[in-house]
Ligand binder design. Sequence first.
Ligand SMILES: [Zn+2]
Length: 343
Amino acid sequence: MMPATLPKFPILETAAALGISIDGRQAHCFNAASHSDGKDTNPSLVFFPDSNRYKCFACGVRGDAIDLVRAVRGLRFQEALAWLNAKFPHAAAAGLAFNPQVDSKPPASKAFSVPDERAVEVYAALYAKCYEVAPFTPAGEYLIGRGLDLDLANEYLVGELYNPQEAREALGEKFSIDQIRAAGLVSRAGNFLFARHPLLFFYFNDGYPVYIQGRDITGNATCKELSLSGLCSPVPYNAALIATQPERVCLCEGCIDTLSALQMGYPAVGVPGVRGFRPEWFTNFQGISQIDILFDNDTAGQQAAVELKSLFLQRGQKAKILRPRNVNDMNDLLLSKLHGGEL
Ligand SMILES: [Zn+2]
C-alpha cells in the first residue's frame, strides 16, 4: 500500500543529483525543447527550497522532487520514488516506509514534451480537413455502435477524415515535413500517423487544438487507438470543463469513455490512456471539491486509479475512486443503460 504522506526530498539537491546546473535558485529548463523558441537562453526554471517545488516561467512545468525526477529521467512515479529513496536515505527514513513495486512497463513518454505553437498550427489545419460525424459515415456508424449520440460527439468537436491521404497531402502543401514530424503526425514507419485511424479526438486548450488521438473504426488496425508520436498532451480531454471552475470533475480513461460519461450527465474530462495523467495537470484541479476517478474496472485501470488518488492526496486534494459496477468501463455502462440493463 502506498502511504498517504511521502518523504520530503530536498528540491535543490534533487536537481543537482539529476545533473541540472543551478545558479542560485535558477537553472536552464529541462523542457526547453517545448519553449516557443526551442531553447531557454535566460534560465526560466526556478526552485523553491521552502516548499521543495520547482516551476518554469517559460513553459509552465512545475512540481515537486518526484515530478522532477520523472520528467528529467522519464521514469514512472514509483521508479522516481525508488531513485530518490536511494539518493536521500535520510529523507526516506524520515517519511513512512515505502516499498515500491516497480513494474516492468516502460514509461508513457521517455522525453517530456508537449506540442508547441508550430504543432498547434498543424493540428488546426488538420482539424479544418475533418468532417462532422454523421449517421451515414464510417466514424458515425462506429460511434452509434458504441451508443454515442452524434450531436454530442460533434459538440465536443470529434472529427472524421474521409480521406486521410488527401488530408496528409494538404498538410504537406502547407507545412514542411519537419514541422509535420515535430507535431507527432508521422509514424515510426514514416507514414501519416492517422492513415488508418480516421476518427479523431481533438484536445482543446483555450480554443486551440493542442493534442490529437486517432481511432481505428474497422477493427483491422494493430492498434485501436493512436496518440501523437513522442508528445504528451498539455491538458486533459475536455479541459474546457475545468475552466468553468466546476465543483465536481470525473476523470475518465480515454475519449470514448469521457464522451460516454458526458452523455450520461457526468461532468467528465479524460486522460489519454490509463497512465496519461500528467504531473503538471494537478494545478488545474486545485479548488475542485469533488474529484471522482472513473477508470476502467480492470487491474491496470484500478492500479492507476489508486496511484492517482494517492498523488492527489499528496497535494492535499481528496479524490474518490468509483468503479462502474458489473461492467468494464463507462462506455459499457452507457451501452448497458441504453439496452435497459439493470445496474
Ligand atoms: Zn520550461
